[in-house]
Design a binder for this molecule. Structure first.
Ligand code: INI
Length: 156
């Protein structure tokens, strides 16, 4: 049996985090969790980490696509928070973000980690940004590191 598995140390990886300003008090927690993982677990060099701020989660897929096309990065981590409101705006934003980011990953062949919270309310979002339900930014950073290494193993 041939087994391909990867670890989550990637000191030479170049990683870009693209993050929404909308709900930024929550997204800041996702960002610090993600950067902590990249540095302390992934051992990624500080110079190899780039952060790009965009207005809202809806802008994440386009920005991720341009970043992927630049050829400068081994992985993209998308961070944001979409909270259900009283209008259907939530549905459109959430659907566009998740399908858009997935399309970028598949078409560019660069891992795009989905660190976007989609929750019923702000409380749920806070719980998933470093409180009792974990931190979606941490999860996304671990995924990005593993995906960089797994794709490299497959290609080699
Ligand atoms: N952007 C978010 O990041 N989260 C939200 O919850 C949200 N809602 O619900 O409105 C949101 N809207 C803004 C959107 O992402 C775009 O920035 C805006 O529509 C301009 O394109």
């Amino acid at each position: 049996m041939n087994l391909i598995e990867a670890d989550i140390i990637a000191p030479d990886a170049r990683i870009v985090l693209v993050i929404a300003r909308f709900n930024n008090f929550i997204n800041d927690c996702l960002l610090s969790g993600a950067i902590d993982v990249l540095k302390r677990i992934g051992q990624v060099q500080d110079d190899y980490i780039t952060v790009v701020w965009v207005p809202g989660a809806y802008e994440l897929p386009l920005t991720a696509k341009v970043l992927a096309k630049s050829g400068k990065y081994d992985a993209i981590i998308a961070l944001g928070t979409v909270v259900r409101g009283r209008t259907s705006h939530f549905k459109f934003v959430a659907n566009a973000v998740s399908s858009g980011l997935s399309r970028v990953a598949v078409s560019s062949e660069i891992p795009v980690a989905f660190g976007v919270l989609t929750t019923e309310n702000t409380e749920q979002a806070i719980e998933r940004a470093g409180m009792k339900e974990g931190n979606k930014g941490v999860e996304a950073a671990i995924t990005a590191l593993e995906m960089i290494n797994i794709l490299q193993s497959i290609k080699n």
